[in-house]
Write a protein that binds this ligand. Structure first.
Ligand code: FER
Length: 278
């Protein structure tokens, strides 16, 4: 009887175990994005870097954590914006510096440098005019070259950061989520931590991104795919999630209440960033 009871318990446990990629993740607590008086503050600033790819000097934002010191060494998160934004989109709409300050105050974040680039790699990279124009959409794809060959080398020259893949993360929202999956999954020698928040139609097909699923098994530290349940773009996240599940590639698939907006992306940033570099 005992063995039967244990067998049944075991069977129920297996049955209840969430499928790969499904996790119950509690949302960010109230106040996670509000300035807390006691919390030490990091520094957020604009930087410029020369781009061979674009042929201009380009802007990015950088966030340095509280207690930042040139004598220490940091991993780096590159955090990308959406189709209507530029290097300031996260700063203007998502207060990432407040989210990070609060996470540091709660001892929930590994000290890291966060770089917020402009992901539209063209001479006029402002989010003006027809943001869906094919030339501008193409510039989001061209950013792969600027990121790999101009921005990352610049950051590594100017800041005390680690330069191995396990100390480099790439994540973004919408177009930036598509970029993160497209560039990240096809450059595993550069990125070990990848996050796509509400990834847009620029997300390549799973077969293009991951032609040989077995290559991901030992190579990824974290693959995070999230989307609001009311976002019509969820098909792009679900398509990749289903493919990864089929090949039993471990990843986080996090569907949360909400649409295509910063309420969702701030929650994603809060949850995703805590998992980095551990
Ligand atoms: C599209 C719908 C949405 C598209 C891009 C987006 C390029 C991007 C949205 C965003 O970044 O918020 O058809 O095509």
């Amino acid at each position: 009887m005992i063995t039967l009871r244990f067998f049944l318990l075991f069977a129920v446990a297996i049955w209840l175990k969430p499928a790969i990629g499904q996790e119950n993740i509690p949302a960010a607590p109230k106040g996670f994005d509000e300035v807390q008086e006691g919390a030490s503050k990091g520094v957020i600033d604009t930087i410029t870097y020369p781009s061979q790819t674009v042929g201009t000097t380009r802007k990015a934002l950088i966030y340095l954590p509280p207690g930042y010191s040139e004598t220490k060494k940091y991993p780096v998160l590159y955090l990308l914006h959406g189709i209507g934004g530029d290097e300031k989109e996260w700063f203007n709409n998502g207060s990432p510096q407040v989210i990070f300050d609060n996470l540091y105050a709660a001892n929930k974040l590994k000290p890291m440098v966060v770089v917020l680039p402009n992901g539209r790699a063209m001479k006029d990279d402002r989010a003006e005019g027809d943001i869906f124009d094919s030339v501008k959409v193409q510039a989001f794809a061209d950013f792969e070259q600027d990121l790999l060959h101009d921005l990352i080398p610049y950051i590594q020259k100017k800041y005390p950061v680690y330069t191995d893949r396990e100390n480099r993360a790439l994540a973004g929202l919408s177009m930036g989520g598509g970029q993160s999956l497209n560039f990240g999954l096809t450059n595993l020698d550069t990125f070990a931590w990848i996050g796509g928040f509400s990834s847009a139609p620029n997300t390549k097909s799973p077969e293009e991104l991951v032609p040989d699923p077995s290559t991901l098994k030992d190579n990824l530290k974290l693959l995070w795919i999230s989307c609001g349940d009311n976002d019509r773009l969820i098909t792009f996240s679900k398509r990749l999630h289903d493919y990864l599940d089929r090949y039993k590639i471990s990843h986080v698939y996090y569907v949360e209440p909400g649409g295509h907006d910063f309420k969702v992306w701030k929650n994603d940033l809060y949850l995703f960033s805590q998992r980095l570099f551990r």
